[in-house]
Structure formats: structure tokens, C-alpha cells
Design a protein around this ligand. Structure first.
Ligand code: ATP
Ligand code: LTN
Length: 338
């Protein structure tokens, strides 16, 4: 059964930017959860390459990373036949609907977006209009597929709220057109922090490579980065806000093993920090090993990946253009003559 022919199932839409190497944070906070949703829902997982353009990208790197993200989605366990896995730029309807929705979104609404404020501070030399209208393109992504649920980290809740407001506004003006989506947020523990500054989230665009683990880091690199992780001088293994480094290591461990935190804290209570780090590195290495093996296998099969890219863009287009045509008709754009 594929996403198109399971009419009774709810639709899930989510995406990741190919703006860096996918990190353990992206995996534990998003990708790993997506793999658990694929049986229960009709899922559409996008590689949002147009969103990545809001920050200057090296063209060859962007192309390479976009393919890498697509292969990592599959290697992490997303089935490209059951789910729709595709590049945003391969479905023109995203940019077309985004233009239309721009005309139904207010400057005041976009001005309030905290991600825009943060990213314009970080990239003060390139505050482009795309960065400002980023949430409108995200709304178009979601609304095109009539998604019921959008699994994202808490950092995206403001964007999702805007998407809902625009959908409701449009429906009020033109009658029921879009499903108004709900956010689907992970548990708090799934927020993975930087290994170098555990008060900041682990981010794939961090300048310091030691702050994150990527899904393709070798076992030696993983061990080295975890050994270097910033902790504290309490010399006590406890799960509390005053020890953010240790808390983060425990979160990583428990997100992988899916054990309750209290049980693990009890078991590890007599260990030193070095020993805790070795345990954490071990579960990370073992979690990533099969993903890496599948990734390197997939990488060799160019024609298989190419066929996934082509077929899935076609499947996505069929759904997206159906919604776009409906929107065009409702707002009074002239019908195409066939
Ligand atoms: P960038 O550094 O380019 O802003 P990012 O690493 O924050 O990127 P996104 O592509 O914006 O990642 O997000 C992809 C998904 O991963 C989103 O659902 C986001 O909420 C989730 N995510 C990102 N970072 C973390 C983290 N440290 N812990 C848990 N989930 C995360
Ligand atoms: N803005 C999101 C990525 C993203 C997305 C989407 C997520 C773009 N379009 C649609 C869910 C649904 C991010 O930065 N995590």
C-alpha cells in the first residue's frame, strides 16, 4: 500500500533542509520518529532544498548534500515506496502556491517570526526576502498535501501556527480548500544539545564540528567527539538542569535505547564521566552502524536512487498540482485550455 491509495489514513508532512550534514539531533528529534509513523499514516517527507537557498550555499555542495539527505532518509528506515520522499524543487507547485500565499500573509505576521530575527542576526550580510518569506513557503509545502499532522521540533511551532492562520484565512474567504494542520511535537527529552555548549541545540550549521555528531561520522570520530563533550566538575551522574552536559549525554543514551531515564541514572550512578561517555559512544556507534552500512550500499546503486527521485517527484506532483489547481480556480485565475 502506498501513500496515495490509503484514503482512510491521515496525512503526515515533514521536511529537512540540506543545509549541512544531518546530525544525531536531527535523527533523534525527527528522522527516527518519522520511521515509526510510516505504517500508521500516509507520509510525505521532503528535502526542502528551496528553503536552504535562504542562506548562501555552494552549488556543488548543495547538490551533493541534497542527494545525501535523500539517501539518509532511506538508510534510516523510511521506505521510499510506502512514503513519498522527494526534492521540493522537483515539484514546481511549491513555489507557485508560495507566491499565492504571500498575497494572503501580512508583513506584521512575518515580522514576528523569531527564526527570521535569529537568522538575520547570524547572516547580517545577506538578509534576503526569501529568509523573510521562508514560513510562507513552508505553509505551501504543508497545505499542498492536505496534511493533517506535521512532526517538527518545538523550534518550528511558530511557523506552523502561521501556516494554520493562513489556511484558516483562505478557507474563510473562499470556502473549505485546505486542511488546517496540527503540529506533532516530540517529547522534551528528544531535544539534543550541542556537545560543546550544552545550553545550545545541536545544529548542523554550527561552525564547530566537535559540537555535533553526523550520521556518517566514523566510530573513532564519534568516540573522540563524545570524549571531548563539555561536562562539569560535580563528578556525579544525575539528570538535572544544573548539569546540562551530563543531562544531554543521558538524553542521547535514552533516546537511543528507549529506556526510562531514572533506570539508566540508577544503573550508571557509580560510573565516572569517562565511563559514561564510553557507554554513550557505544550505543551511538551501534545505532548508526546499520544506517551507515545501508547508506554506503545505496550510494553504489545510482540507477536505483535516480528512479526513486523520478518516481517520487511524479507521485508528489500529482497530489500537489491537484491542490494548486483548486486554489487557482477559487481565487479567479483563468482555467487552462486543454
Ligand atoms: P540548521 O542548523 O540549518 O538551522 P537544523 O539542524 O536546526 O538546521 P532543520 O533542517 O532546521 O535542522 O530541522 C530538521 C528537523 O530536525 C526539524 O524537525 C527540527 O525540529 C529537528 N531538529 C533540529 N535540531 C534538533 C536537535 N538538536 N534536537 C532535536 N531535534 C532537532
Ligand atoms: N522549516 C523546517 C523545515 C521545513 C518543514 C517544512 C518542516 C520546511 N518545510 C514543512 C515541516 C513541514 C525546519 O527548519 N525544520
Amino acid at each position: 500500500m502506498t501513500a496515495e491509495n490509503q484514503k482512510d489514513k491521515k496525512v503526515i508532512f515533514s521536511g529537512m533542509q540540506p543545509s549541512g550534514n544531518i546530525t544525531l539531533g536531527n535523527y533523534l528529534g525527527a528522522l527516527k520518529n518519522w520511521t515509526k509513523l510510516q505504517d500508521e499514516y500516509n507520509c510525505v517527507f521532503c528535502i526542502v532544498d528551496l528553503h536552504a537557498l535562504t542562506v548562501r550555499q555552494d552549488p556543488a555542495e548543495l547538490r551533493r548534500r541534497s542527494r545525501e539527505v535523500l539517501m539518509l532518509y532511506i538508510a534510516a528506515g523510511l521506505d521510499p515506496e510506502k512514503n513519498i520522499i522527494y526534492y521540493q524543487s522537483h515539484v514546481g507547485a511549491h513555489a507557485e502556491l508560495a507566491w499565492i500565499l504571500n498575497c494572503y500573509t501580512y508583513m506584521g505576521e512575518l515580522n514576528r517570526m523569531t527564526q527570521f530575527k535569529e537568522k538575520s542576526q547570524k547572516h547580517s550580510e545577506n538578509i534576503n526576502a526569501g529568509l523573510f518569506t521562508y514560513p510562507v513557503l513552508m505553509a505551501a509545502d504543508i497545505l499542498l498535501y492536505q496534511a493533517n499532522l506535521v512532526p517538527v521540533g518545538n523550534d518550528q511551532s511558530q511557523h506552523l501556527e502561521l501556516c494554520r492562520d493562513v489556511a484558516i484565512r483562505f478557507n474563510n474567504l473562499y470556502g473549505e480548500t485546505f486542511i488546517v494542520p496540527e503540529g506533532y511535537f516530540p517529547k522534551v527529552g528528544a531535544r539534543i544539545m550541542s556537545l560543546q555548549d550544552p545550553t545550545k541545540k545541536m545544529s548542523k550549521s554550527d561552525e564547530n564540528e566537535n559540537s555535533y555528531i553526523t550520521l556518517l561520522d566514523s566510530p573513532d570520530t564519534i568516540l573522540r567527539k563524545i570524549k571531548k563533550a563539555v561536562t562539569d566538575s560535580e563528578a556525579k551522574i544525575a539528570y538535572r538542569d544544573e548539569q546540562p552536559g551530563i543531562k544531554n549525554l543521558l538524553n542521547i543514551y535514552c533516546s537511543i535505547t528507549e529506556e526510562p531515564i531514572e533506570k539508566v541514572v540508577e544503573r550508571f550512578s557509580s560510573l565516572g564521566y569517562g565511563e559514561l561517555k564510553a557507554k554513550v559512544a557505544e550505543v551511538v556507534v551501534e545505532e548508526l552502524r546499520p544506517i551507515q552500512e545501508r547508506f554506503y550500499q545505496l550510494e553504489k546503486d545510482k540507477s536505483y536512487i535516480d528512479s526513486i527521485i523520478k518516481n517520487n517527484a511524479e507521485r508528489a506532483s500529482r497530489i500537489a498540482y491537484k491542490t494548486l489547481s483548486k486554489v487557482q480556480r477559487k481565487i479567479g485565475l483563468p482555467a487552462k485550455i486543454r
